[in-house]
Structure formats: structure tokens, C-alpha cells
Design a protein around this ligand. Structure first.
Ligand code: MN
Length: 299
């Protein structure tokens, strides 16, 4: 990771979750063409919202196929798996050497706020970060996006900057680009993930055998009025760059938790949680309130 050796062009792996035939990955591979030696390894079919799923019960196949970029053709594989599968397979089997940079996208639709958790686009970059490789996820903030040229311009600029600086271990960049003409984009903002959630609803329908089935829909709710969030930056016309880490530990909370009495949890009769938003108390909590067995002080 970090700066590539000067003797050779950086090797850049291009992945996505919309599938290898999506317009966004063509734009991203073309944008990377000038920066290094490009390989494309991407899902054969759309894998949006698969998160960090990996394939362990089925074989994963990689089908070589032509992939055109401005300088000619680059090696490419359509993979019968998820975005995280693609990165693992590429790094371990398909690439001639370890990549200097993994880029994912350009996704059709935003990966701001809580969507980061569901995103296959981000997960491809996360997988690279887990493997110790610099990685960037790119998303164009319009589900109906057609013109990827401004996003590709920023993707090249941001990838060039990351190649020059290198990222710290375990950190990846999540980039969200407003769907605006290049000249209308105001610049780059370094942001944090906005607090948000989806309010889900399921449409219930009947199949031809009169069995019910369900189709997830939902309404995105922004719970964050901060002016430094990814959502706000894109709303204001900036390209949002959020540094992410795959270590999900809530470090600031460890000290408080270590002060709780884990031996005698409160009993269920005092205040059972009923609203579905609180942790189970009482029996469930007591069940988990077992002494540590590792002997490690304070975790
Ligand atoms: Mn997608």
C-alpha cells in the first residue's frame, strides 16, 4: 500500500456492485487508464445492496472478457460473486501482482449516510482496506444518472491524490459526487457519515399460487442537521469524501462499559424493553453477563 514504486505504473483494480456491464464502471476504468495499469474484476450481474457478503457455499467463476478503455483494452473478468468476492479473487488469483489501489464504482445512486452499511460498492473498497490495500468507493448521487463524466473527472483527481499520499492502514475513502455538470460542482468537502435510517415498509402481494410475498420499500430519513455531513455536502453541490474504517469498535464507549457491573444485571421485571429500539434487558442481558474468560484486563 502507500506510494507505488516509481519504476512501474501503479496497478489499479477496478470493481463495482452494479455489474461489469454498468456504465459507471466503464467511466471509472477509463478515468483510471491515465493513472496506471488497469484491471477490471467485477460482478457478472448487479450486486447492489449485498453489503459485505461473500460466497462460501458455491463455486466462484471468473469469465475473461474484453474491456475497452481509451488506451485500448485492459484485462477484465466477470465474476459470479459479490463485490467482496471480486476483490478477494482478484488479489489472490487474477492479478499479476498486488494492486496499489482498488477503486469501486462509479455506483449508480448515492452511498451516503447509513447506506454505507448496505452498499456493495463500499464493501469492495472495504475488502481492499482489510487486505491492506488503498481503496476508494465512488458513487454518483442519482439513481437515474446518465452522465458519468463529471464524476469520472473527480474520480481521477481523487485517485491521483491518494496514489501520491497513500492512506493510513485500515482507512478507505467513500466518495459521493453530486449529479451536476462539472462546472457546477463547487469542489471537494471532507465529511462525516450523516446519521440516518430507512423507515421500511413492505408491499404484500400474492404469487400465482396465492401465497403472500413481500417487497421491501422504504423512505430514507435524515436524522442529522450537521453541516459537515456527506448528505449536506452533496446537497450543497460538493464532492463528499468521507474516511471510513472497517474496525467498527465504538472505542469511546469501552471505558464506560468496563465500569458496569456485569455480574448482576438488572432483572427483567423492573423494566422490560417493549418498543423494539432498546437492548433486551433482564433475562437476555443476564444471559450475556458472564465474566470474561480471557484474563485480559479491561479488554
Ligand atoms: Mn450499486
Amino acid at each position: 500500500m502507500g506510494k507505488p514504486e516509481s519504476s512501474r505504473r501503479p496497478l489499479i483494480l477496478v470493481c463495482n456492485d452494479d455489474g461489469i456491464n454498468a456504465p459507471g464502471i466503464a467511466a471509472l476504468a477509463a478515468a483510471m487508464d491515465a493513472l496506471g495499469e488497469v484491471y477490471v474484476v467485477a460482478p457478472a450481474t448487479e450486486q447492489s445492496a449485498v453489503g459485505h457478503a461473500i460466497t462460501v457455499r458455491d463455486p466462484v467463476r471468473a469469465y475473461p472478457r474484453p474491456f475497452a478503455v481509451p488506451s485500448g483494452e485492459v484485462p477484465a473478468y466477470a465474476v459470479s460473486g459479490t463485490p467482496a468476492d471480486c476483490v478477494k479473487l482478484a488479489v489472490n488469483q487474477l492479478l499479476p501482482r498486488r494492486p496499489d489501489l482498488v477503486v469501486s464504482g462509479i455506483n449508480r445512486g448515492p452511498n451516503t449516510a447509513v447506506n454505507v452499511i448496505y452498499s456493495g460498492t463500499v464493501s469492495a473498497a472495504t475488502e481492499a482496506a482489510i487486505l491492506g490495500i488503498d481503496a476508494i468507493a465512488f458513487s454518483l448521487c442519482n439513481w437515474g444518472a446518465r452522465d458519468y463524466s463529471a464524476a469520472a473527472h473527480y474520480a481521477r483527481q481523487i485517485a491521483r491524490t491518494v496514489l501520491a499520499h497513500g492512506l493510513p492502514p485500515g482507512i478507505l475513502l467513500n466518495v459521493n459526487i453530486p449529479d451536476l455538470p462539472l462546472e457546477a460542482i463547487k469542489g471537494i468537502a471532507i465529511t462525516r457519515q450523516a446519521r440516518s435510517r430507512w423507515e421500511e415498509s413492505f408491499a404484500e402481494r400474492r404469487d400465482p399460487y396465492n401465497q403472500p410475498y413481500y417487497w421491501l420499500t422504504g423512505r430514507f430519513v435524515n436524522l442529522d442537521d450537521g453541516d459537515d455531513t456527506d448528505l449536506e455536502a452533496v446537497e450543497q453541490g460538493y464532492v463528499s469524501i468521507t474516511p471510513l474504517q472497517h474496525d467498527l469498535t465504538a472505542h469511546a464507549y469501552r471505558a464506560l462499559l468496563s465500569q458496569w457491573n456485569w455480574q448482576e444485571a438488572p432483572h427483567a421485571t423492573e423494566s422490560p424493553a417493549t418498543n423494539g429500539h432498546e437492548r433486551p434487558s433482564g433475562d437476555a442481558a443476564a444471559q450475556h453477563a458472564r465474566p470474561r474468560e480471557t484474563g485480559e484486563p479491561h479488554g
